[in-house]
Design a protein around this ligand. Sequence first.
Ligand SMILES: Cc1cc2nc3c(=O)[nH]c(=O)nc-3n(C[C@H](O)[C@H](O)[C@H](O)COP(=O)(O)O)c2cc1C
Length: 183
Amino acid sequence: MEILNIYGSLNGQTEKVALEIANVAEAAGHNVSTVNLKKEGVIFELLDYDLTFIGSGVYTWLPGKSVKDWIDRQLGYARDNNLILPGSPRIPGKFACTYCTYAGPHTGEAEAVPAIKYMGQLFDHMGITVVDEWSVVGAFVPKKMQHFNTSGRLGNIEGRPNAEDLKQVREKTAGLLQNLKHG
Ligand SMILES: Cc1cc2nc3c(=O)[nH]c(=O)nc-3n(C[C@H](O)[C@H](O)[C@H](O)COP(=O)(O)O)c2cc1C
């Protein structure tokens, strides 16, 4: 498959997940383009890819600025090119997986849900089927915010995503690739 692996990552937490995805997909023999949206203000021909992974940290229960800005630009491009049709008919063989890293300091996993849904809507509007949605715990990195890592709804999340979290990402990536292969 041609795989697009895009992410926004303010403090590098989501990048850890994106790099695991890239490693697993490349090792499985797929062509993978990994792009940090913070660094590159690009527009993609999304329909050139069989599967797109898109990830972001969570900021006020939505994706971060680099991802939201990219979605705005990409949505404008899709509208200008008639890529969003009434009823958003499914396009066979075109898939997306959205994920976030989040700390859930106030309301826990509920803070991750709007972020992954928000990202998924761009793909769903274009007829690209969102096949999976992942929420991965990611601790606050800035020093002055680290008290949230031990006082939030999720309990102690220091050091996350940890080795076990990243192992789960590798396994879910491998599982998703297998699923689409057999589908
Ligand atoms: C300024 C700031 C605001 C944040 N706001 C939220 C939030 O509203 N909800 C949440 O679940 N996590 C929040 N977080 C935690 C981040 O979503 C989490 O650490 C994530 O893994 C960061 O990913 P990134 O470094 O890839 O951007 C916030 C982190 C920072 C630094």
